[in-house]
Design a protein around this ligand. Structure first.
Ligand SMILES: [Zn+2]
Length: 290
């Protein structure tokens, strides 16, 4: 289980959400069998979407974070509910790119930087809210920071980390997001900028095994921050046989008849968890009559 912590400054003007997403990212990596660099990219997506989803207000609200940078891994998608439970998928989980000269994984290289970041918030209204910006860095954290500044006019700092052990297994993953909420106080922004400058990198904090509580309170240092709430979140796919039937039905009568005529069994694989659903030709034809 992951753990999300939210802390608020004394004047209520600065909110920090921090997460230990180690278990969620490990489960993501197990399901997707991704290459190390795609694991790093999807791990950041998982962590970010979980934090962003956890900021939704109501049960049933969902947030989709999508990055399409034109790179070898294709489109990355992460969907989170209002408690930060998250699922994600990627076009090509096995994609590889050369490491950077310093030996680190080239996340921006596998994602590409010629494309867009899209955030869709479905809050049960007639139309979901949709914001989109052009990618600037492809490292995910900076692009989300730019999204909040441009699309939602909220000064935000996002930091996402994932560290691997010597056997290329995930040792820890986590991140934090600090947001200045209106009415925006210049003084808070100044203290916050100083804090961010002086804080260790997220990977260093993960290596030192800092808890999300400690990370959040570090970010709010000097602002009288206190933990507001904390809860558990996990990697969770809500697919089902029933839902998969719905997707098949949406293909239309002609397409279903074609599938039933061409093959004895039709297999549908969930992109988010790789679970396979098999429908016999008879079942498909029966579905049409219902
Ligand atoms: Zn699934």
């Amino acid at each position: 289980m992951g753990r999300i912590v939210r802390a608020l400054s004394e004047d209520g003007g600065v909110l920090c959400s921090a997460i230990n997403s180690t278990d969620m990212v490990r489960e993501m990596a197990r399901l997707h069998e991704a290459s190390p660099v795609v694991t790093a990219a999807l791990g950041r997506m998982t962590t970010a979407a979980s934090i962003m989803g956890g900021m939704l207000k109501y049960e049933g609200d969902t947030l989709t974070l999508r990055i399409n940078g034109g790179g070898p891994c294709g489109t990355l998608t992460a969907v989170a509910d209002y408690r930060g439970n998250v699922k994600c998928c990627v076009g090509n989980a096995g994609a590889c790119v050369p490491q950077k000269p310093d030996g680190s994984l080239d996340v921006a290289g596998v994602i590409g930087s010629d494309g867009t970041l899209t955030v869709v918030k479905d809050m049960g209204l007639k139309e979901p809210y949709c914001g989109q910006i052009p990618l600037t860095s492809g490292n995910i954290a900076d692009d989300i920071t730019a999204y909040y500044a441009e699309s939602e006019q909220l000064p935000t700092v996002v930091s996402l980390g994932i560290i691997f052990d010597e056997g290329a297994q995930i040792e820890a993953a986590g991140g934090f997001m600090v947001q200045v909420v209106p009415p925006i106080s210049e003084k808070s922004i100044m203290v916050l900028e100083e804090n961010i400058k002086n804080m260790d990198s997220i990977n260093e904090m993960l290596e030192r095994r800092l808890t999300p509580d400690e990370i959040a309170l570090n970010a709010l240092s000097g602002l009288g921050g206190d933990v507001l709430d904390a809860w558990k979140a996990r990697y969770y796919c809500d697919c089902s046989r029933e839902r998969t039937r719905g997707i098949l039905m949406a293909l239309g009568k002609k397409e279903i008849e074609k599938l039933a005529g061409e093959q004895k069994e039709t297999e549908v694989c969930c992109h988010f968890c790789n679970k396979k659903y098999v429908f016999s030709a008879d079942e498909l034809l029966k579905m049409l009559k219902e």
